[in-house]
Design a protein around this ligand. Structure first.
Ligand SMILES: [Zn+2]
Ligand SMILES: [Zn+2]
Length: 342
């Protein structure tokens, strides 16, 4: 089979690989959609150490079952499935609490040295599958993964009904957070970013207000937009020092910041901004297996507006160029999905 191999820093190659071998409870998925994540691009550039060559990337994927292992039940050849890519053990302490994303034995498809789905086929344990209706577009289903990252963070916000919400960062995850927040009847939603084109998309998706921090004064704009009352809940979807501090300083007394972005390992935070105003800062990492299923349901029910987020569909052969484009012109794309069947 054909696979896109990450063989060295900044080097991707289309090569022929043996087809994966199935364990009893595995299905062979013929990949029909695999998203390129920002973390894939950062890994390819050698910035994070989260992709260890040689390996095949790809953790945002869906496809068609090509073959079932001997112990697989309830699925058959031709079924369409979305795959929750965090392979959890099911028996460790976090797993027993349902926190499969915190599994101490987890293996993540397409992360570190674990092969993923930027290939024609991938073997997946049955327990990670969510069924899709016949005819559902797998390129869309591949977007369940970033939507699930957002869903997991919004779930931690508690009740957002009537609250003033700020989302810092209008990249793919920020836009997915926006859509998930809008499903929960917020009071007003404000989105901030440096890119006018991304803010325009946020506005089209239903943000009440946007703040362009390149030209507007961040705090002044928020004071004006909220009649000085400021923010109840802030989602930080950038992950650098400047925006992490913004996410705390923008809050009301007792407000809550949820950190989803993570681009900088260490940073300086003003502790008094948290302690003296009794604010909460909460980290959110990925999604549980159950949360992923909720997102697949929302996508299938047509309740998430993916059309403006899916920027481009490319063949496997064109994937190296897509990585380059995402690196060189990040403002031009939100999500690029590889379809190895074209
Ligand atoms: Zn991702
Ligand atoms: Zn576990």
């Amino acid at each position: 089979m054909k696979a896109l191999r990450f063989i060295a820093e900044k080097t991707l190659e289309i090569t022929t690989m043996p087809e994966p071998v199935l364990e009893g409870e595995d299905v062979l998925v013929r990949v029909r959609g695999c998203g390129v994540c920002g973390s894939d691009v950062h890994g390819w550039l050698g910035l994070t150490g989260r992709r260890i060559p040689p390996m095949t990337m790809g953790h945002e994927f869906a496809g068609e079952i090509a073959e079932c292992g001997k112990d697989v039940q309830g699925y058959r050849r031709g079924d369409l499935v979305a795959v929750q890519p965090i392979n959890f053990c099911g028996s460790c302490a976090p797993c027993r609490q349902g926190l499969t994303n915190m599994c101490t034995n987890k293996r993540f498809f397409g992360v570190l040295d674990e092969d993923g789905a930027m290939a024609e086929y991938v073997a997946v344990p049955q327990k990670l599958l969510y069924r899709l209706p016949d005819g559902f577009d797998c390129r869309v289903a591949a977007m369940a993964e970033p939507y699930a990252v957002a869903f997991g963070s919004v779930a931690k916000a508690g009740d957002v009904e009537g609250k003033t919400v700020l989302i810092i960062g209008a990249g793919m995850i920020g836009q997915c957070i926006l859509q998930n927040v809008l499903l929960r009847k917020p009071g007003a939603v404000i989105v901030s970013d440096l890119s006018e084109s991304r803010l325009k998309i946020a506005k089209e998706l239903g943000a009440n207000h946007t703040v362009n921090t390149k030209k507007d004064d961040f705090f002044k704009a928020l004071q004006d937009l909220t009649d000085e009352s400021m923010i109840d809940i802030c989602f930080e979807a950038v992950g650098i020092e400047a925006t992490a501090n913004q996410s705390i300083k923008c809050l009301k007394v007792g407000g809550k910041a949820i950190w989803v972005g993570m681009s900088q390992k260490e940073m300086t935070i003003n502790m008094q901004d948290i302690v003296c105003s009794a604010r909460t800062v909460l980290g959110s990492f990925n999604y549980t297996h159950a949360e992923f299923g909720c997102v697949v349901d929302l996508l299938v029910q047509g309740r998430l507006d993916y059309s403006t987020l899916l920027s481009k569909i490319v063949a496997l052969n064109d994937a190296p160029a897509a990585f380059k484009a995402l690196h060189e012109r990040p403002g031009d794309y939100l999500k690029i999905v590889i379809d190895p069947t074209i």
